[in-house]
Design a protein around this ligand. Structure first.
Ligand SMILES: Cc1cc2nc3c(=O)[nH]c(=O)nc-3n(C[C@H](O)[C@H](O)[C@H](O)COP(=O)(O)OP(=O)(O)OC[C@H]3O[C@@H](n4cnc5c(N)ncnc54)[C@H](O)[C@@H]3O)c2cc1C
Ligand SMILES: *[C@@H]1O[C@H](CO)[C@@H](O)[C@H](O)[C@H]1NC(C)=O
Ligand SMILES: *[C@@H]1O[C@H](CO)[C@@H](O)[C@H](O)[C@H]1NC(C)=O
Ligand SMILES: *[C@@H]1O[C@H](CO)[C@@H](O)[C@H](O)[C@H]1NC(C)=O
Length: 548
């Protein structure tokens, strides 16, 4: 589309809008995707002189969705991420927004100066340990000593793959009406169509490194073993260094976006149904009322509002939204999600050496334990010792010491821990982990020494079970009806949800102006024809070790 065409179309739509009302857009869900949709919708609409009236509906009392912060001991001065906890500098949308909104960044993993020992445990033994208190180069030497060139190769493969993904941010790949088509054009279906295991093997990354290190990352990031996750998510789990978080909670990025959008924010309001407006004529001159959106607020009061466009910014299968006749022109597939237990708690104790089969009093007990499969687990965690959940002999994905905190009751310093597991954490497990009796009630107010002083378990449908696939739910699912969550089967992160929100915002504003953007990329830019696959070279000295 030539700029002059865009301008003309913009003028036409302005005239139409002036003759009727401003274009009303409902955004359903104020997580990363919905907040980003509203924020970018306002920006794109203003830049093109399009008049939009945005309503952002959120069923809970907080903005951010799975980007969710709680507070240790319920103390507002001790925030801790329960949901999405890190992002990296190449996450352009989040990184730029954090800077624009003046939100302070912290390096992920807290800012304690004493670091700690990281171990990768297979349920029998530590297959790898790394001491953050020793210089970085020493850890690098150790990694190379243990795994040879595999870390370099894996890092190279990751960098090349991520570079290709980043093309989605810019013309001619941005915006896009079909994610499947773009994934094909960028040869990313080659990556999503195989397992992380296959991709690393084909890239010449040593099996030991993949098994020990990369799998520890896919387990902690996506609760999946390498043989059961597609290679794009596996590469994302190895993400480039620079992991950061927002001081006080990552949700603030989305809160700032939602507010800056100038949307009418309807908190505690659940959308229950979307109907085609009576008499709405598809293809009629815009703007015309297309949808009636029904909602229920916290007091149970039901409201019906009219909108010209609707953006579904939440996994449809969990949204509780009914779509009336003719609303969905493309069915939204149900996607299997991981059911993940995230358990936050505090304790004055550190892990018991005996739990990890180390000698009593051992100085080598890690403060953060990632896990991988044991040799007798098979390669998907469903071998002799593992259950169907893939966690294998270890039984959990990670236990991390996040940082030191102050117990407001005792005024003493304690440790803040987080566990990722496929099943609920039990008192028996905690008793073994700390080598001290944890009662059935877990916390025990009456007792003198409390092993667990504060306990906060939560269950998420955290992200899709990312088995290999080459098709994705596209963002346009009806006439003026858009869907963001299809991108989660491609990559599930705050940034990718925000990117899909931005993409949908662009499509909405272009559609209002009658611009047919976001189609196939043809000609010199089209990569779909090339025979080259992602180049895997060795020699980039920026090692994956930096991330561990
Ligand atoms: C434990 C955990 C750890 C993670 N770690 C990371 C990480 O470190 N880094 C990272 O980038 N990503 C991480 N992720 C993934 C990341 O959280 C998600 O990919 C991202 O937040 C999804 O955003 P979203 O807006 O698409 O969906 P959501 O965050 O789920 O937002 C959807 C919103 O819609 C609302 N809603 C639902 N139904 C309705 C309705 N009927 N009416 C109104 N509102 C409705 C919901 O309440 C919610 O607020 C993690 C996820 C989990 C669970
Ligand atoms: C939403 O509900 C919660 C209680 O669940 C309440 O504290 C909060 O003030 C409500 N927010 C709005 C904006 O109504
Ligand atoms: C914006 O749209 C909503 C939903 O249709 C409507 O209730 C509201 O009056 C509109 N606001 C303006 C300023 O037009
Ligand atoms: C694909 O390759 C064919 C033959 O080599 C060529 O004619 C065509 O233009 C290419 N298409 C794209 C999208 O590059």
């Amino acid at each position: 589309m030539k700029p002059s065409h865009r301008l003309l179309a913009g003028v036409t739509s302005l005239l139409l809008a002036a003759a009727a009302h401003s274009h009303r857009v409902a955004v359903i869900g104020a997580g990363a995707a919905g907040s980003s949709t509203a924020y970018h919708l306002r920006q794109f609409a203003e830049a093109d002189g399009v008049d939009v009236n945005i309503t952002l509906f959120e069923k809970t009392s907080h903005i951010g969705g799975r980007t969710l912060t709680t507070h240790a001991f319920g103390d507002a001065s001790q925030p801790v991420e329960l949901g999405a906890s890190i992002f990296v500098p190449i996450n352009e949308i989040l990184w730029t927004a954090a800077a624009d909104f003046g939100l302070p960044l912290l390096p992920a993993g807290g800012n304690d100066d004493d670091g700690g020992l990281l171990g990768i445990w297979d349920g029998d033994r530590f297959v790898y340990t790394q001491d953050d208190r020793t210089p970085g180069w020493w850890n690098l030497v150790r990694l190379v000593w243990t795994y040879g060139t595999a870390p370099y190769r894996a890092n190279k493969l990751m960098q090349a793959t991520i570079q290709r993904f980043l093309e989605l941010y810019r013309a001619p790949y941005f915006p896009f009406r079909s994610l499947t088509m773009r994934a094909n054009e960028l040869e990313l279906t080659f990556v999503t169509g195989q397992t992380g295991q296959q991709y690393l093997d084909a890239g010449g990354v040593g099996a030991r490194f993949s098994h020990d290190i990369v799998q520890a990352s896919t387990r902690v990031n996506y609760a999946s073993n390498l043989a059961r996750i597609h290679a794009l998510d596996a590469m994302v789990a190895l993400a480039p260094s620079g992991a950061s978080q927002i001081r006080g909670g990552n949700w603030q990025i989305f809160d700032c976006m939602a507010r800056a959008s100038g949307a009418d924010l309807r908190m505690n309001t659940s959308i229950t149904r979307i109907n085609k407006a009576p008499g709405a004529a598809p293809g009629a001159a815009l703007p015309s009322t297309m949808y009636v959106v029904k909602s229920t607020d916290a007091l149970g009061v039901e409201t019906a509002d009219e909108f010209d466009s609707v953006v579904l910014a939440t996994p449809f299968q969990y949204s509780g939204i009914e779509a009336g006749d003719g609303v969905l022109q493309t069915a939204i597939d149900e996607i299997p999600y991981v059911r993940l237990h995230v358990t936050l708690f505090t304790s004055p104790l550190t892990f018991d050496a005996a739990f990890f089969k180390l000698a009593p009093g051992s100085k080598a007990v890690p403060t953060t334990v990632l896990t991988t499969l044991a040799d007798d687990d098979g390669n998907n965690g469903q071998g002799s010792s593992g259950g169907a959940d893939g966690s294998g002999k270890a039984g959990f994905f990670s236990v991390s010491t996040l940082r030191r905190v102050i117990n407001p009751l005792t005024r003493r310093e304690e440790y803040l821990y987080k566990i990722f597991s496929p099943e609920a954490v039990t008192p028996a497990f905690l008793s073994r982990l700390f080598g001290a009796e944890v009662p059935d009630t877990i916390t025990d107010e009456a007792n003198g020494l409390q092993v667990i002083s504060w306990y906060y378990p939560h269950v998420f449908y955290s992200y899709p079970q990312a088995l290999p696939r080459v098709t994705f739910q596209d963002p346009v699912v009806g006439d003026g009806l858009y869907y963001t969550s299809g991108i989660e089967s491609f990559i599930s992160t705050m940034e990718t949800s925000a990117l899909m929100g931005k993409n949908v915002a662009r499509l909405v504003v272009d559609d209002i102006q009658g611009l047919a953007t976001g189609g196939a990329v043809v000609g010199e830019h089209g990569k779909g024809n090339e025979t080259s696959t992602v180049d895997v070279g060795v020699g980039d000295k920026q090692s994956a070790a930096g991330e561990l």
